[in-house]
Design a protein around this ligand. Structure first.
Ligand SMILES: Cc1cc2nc3c(=O)[nH]c(=O)nc-3n(C[C@H](O)[C@H](O)[C@H](O)COP(=O)(O)OP(=O)(O)OC[C@H]3O[C@@H](n4cnc5c(N)ncnc54)[C@H](O)[C@@H]3O)c2cc1C
Length: 479
């Protein structure tokens, strides 16, 4: 997922860069070294709910300020929607996010390198199939021109009076490429069809430049960065009592009282009511979370030894399609025989609801249509993710409904001494690991200020993060 074409309005895009990336490697994450074996502490300065990218970033920031933090995580592993599966295939397979972006300003990439992980720019070849053949140069140019016109229309509309749906402003003359444009800008980039995506949200999304992968997987990366963090796995927060002075977080392992909380659960988990709040959290926040619901994005992973598709390492393939019943192929991941067919949006949601078998059947049918029938007999091993059914995520990534872009700022407003974080609270890097990480740092700093552990004048964690935060200020220009 994620298009480099997000902010591009000219014709300088080449065949190689109409997509900046896609999503997903796999793994069974190791227990973080800081994971709690002892009884849960009764007190902390700040408690963090959730050990995904936002939660780990928040906890590290609090530890850097020498304050006591404890992270409670519902699942039995660190990483949340960054989850590397190391047991299904002979290479790590990211079941959730697989790319980071913006290497010049991305703190996670620097931290990954410092931790000895192998971080590299993925060599992504991007191709389009027209049935069983590759698109001709002229067809590719036509598609890129259609993509540019669609992006420009969305950008123009975002400056209008009303925050309408992206689909409603698309040029009517996209011809044979309408379905592909819809898939690339909608389902594949945001997890939702363009009908369900706000023009302002889409236009405010920063360009996600350069796809940066971690050879060991993004889940492994978050697990590694969480190693020193005191955290308790398999410890869902069930109820949070809150006021302006303190919070009391109830879990099956006991209650923790703290002076502030950073809450990083997804917008869908928040609106599902899985955590009860006493008193209830304001309707304003719940309404905001509902407008930032998660789209659907899943990987169907097939091991195809012998390169039967005859593709290069890390090739990304889409097709000319007249409907949304389509997918993106990420082939020969990292030079291995692992290929991922990504499905998303309303089609992906319906398909994943039918279960793993139906998903794998679709992937086989789709590959056969594009590459011929020999492909399916080559499949050695397969698996599919189903993020909408994952109880602690309930979807893939947030995008704002038409009219809903302002909800991101509302969701990040403090509630007593509770501070919400997570990708949905990031105004421009929503839907990304990078945005989740920054949001965790930002919420931790707000919580530290709240308890008097950080003065308003103190600098933010890192220069790039501070710079990015400034550029995300309301009214600041978007790249
Ligand atoms: C298939 C897929 C592909 C993606 N591809 C990319 C990509 O290539 N690049 C990219 O940048 N982004 C990608 N994303 C999006 C990215 O994964 C997310 O934006 C990011 O990981 C969100 O991090 P987070 O910390 O905000 O939330 P989460 O990772 O959801 O963390 C929240 C944590 O809270 C925990 N939790 C939930 N309920 C409770 C509770 N009651 N008590 C305690 N803990 C609880 C959850 O278990 C979870 O660990 C992808 C997502 C998916 C699903």
């Amino acid at each position: 997922m994620f298009l480099k074409a997000f902010g591009n309005h000219d014709m300088t895009m080449t065949r190689r860069n109409f997509l900046s990336a896609s999503a997903g490697l796999a793994a069974t994450p190791a227990l973080g070294a800081g994971a709690w074996a002892a009884p849960l502490p009764r007190e902390a300065d700040i408690v963090v709910i959730g050990a995904g990218a936002a939660g780990i970033a928040a906890a590290r920031r609090i530890m850097a300020a020498n304050r006591r933090v404890i992270v409670v995580e519902a699942s039995n592993q660190i990483g949340g929607r960054c989850l590397t599966d190391i047991s299904t295939f002979d290479v790590p397979f990211d079941r959730g996010a697989r790319w980071m972006h913006n290497p010049d300003s991305n703190a996670m990439i620097r931290l990954a390198r410092n931790a000895g992980l192998d971080v590299f720019a993925a060599p992504i070849g991007q191709k389009i199939r027209v049935g069983r053949r590759n698109a001709r140069a002229g067809e590719t140019e036509e598609f890129l021109a259609a993509l540019v016109r669609a992006n420009r229309a969305i950008d123009d509309a975002s400056r209008g009076r009303a925050d309408v749906s992206c689909a409603s402003v698309l040029p009517k003359d996209l011809g044979d490429w309408a379905g592909t444009v819809e898939f690339v800008l909608g389902a594949n980039a945001t997890g939702k069809d363009l009908n369900d995506v706000s023009v302002v949200d889409r236009a405010r999304a920063q360009e996600r430049s350069a796809a940066i992968a971690c050879r060991q997987g993004l889940g492994t990366l978050i697990t590694t960065l969480g190693k020193q963090v005191p955290l308790s796995l398999s410890t869902p927060a069930s109820r949070i009592g809150w006021s302006n002075r303190d919070v009391a977080v109830e879990t099956p392992a006991g209650k923790i009282v703290a002076r502030a909380a950073v809450i990083t659960v997804s917008s869908n988990v928040l609106t599902a009511g899985n955590i009860k709040f006493t008193p209830d959290i304001p309707k304003r926040h719940l309404d905001a979370a509902a407008k930032l619901s998660l789209g659907s994005y899943d990987h169907i992973a097939l091991q195809l030894p012998g390169n039967p598709l005859d593709l290069a390492r890390d090739d990304v393939i889409i097709e000319r399609s007249s409907s949304t019943r389509t997918a993106l192929l990420f082939a020969n991941i990292g030079g291995s025989s692992l290929c991922s067919i990504d499905v998303a949006g309303s089609f992906g949601r319906d398909l994943s609801a039918q279960g793993e078998k139906a998903m794998i059947a679709f992937a086989m049918e789709w590959l056969t249509r594009l590459f011929g029938s020999e492909v399916t007999s080559a499949v050695k091993r397969s698996t599919a993710t189903r993020w909408n059914a994952a109880p602690f995520a309930l979807g893939a990534m947030s995008s704002a409904a038409p009219g809903g872009q302002a909800s991101r700022k509302i969701l990040a407003e403090p509630i007593g001494c509770m501070f919400l974080a997570g990708e949905a609270t990031h105004e421009t890097l929503w839907g990304t690991v990078d945005g989740a990480w920054e949001s965790g740092e930002r919420a931790a700093e707000a919580a530290l200020r709240r308890i008097g552990a950080l003065r308003d004048t103190e600098p933010a964690t890192s220069a790039p993060a501070a710079k990015r935060r400034r550029s995300n200020a309301p009214g600041a220009p978007i790249n």
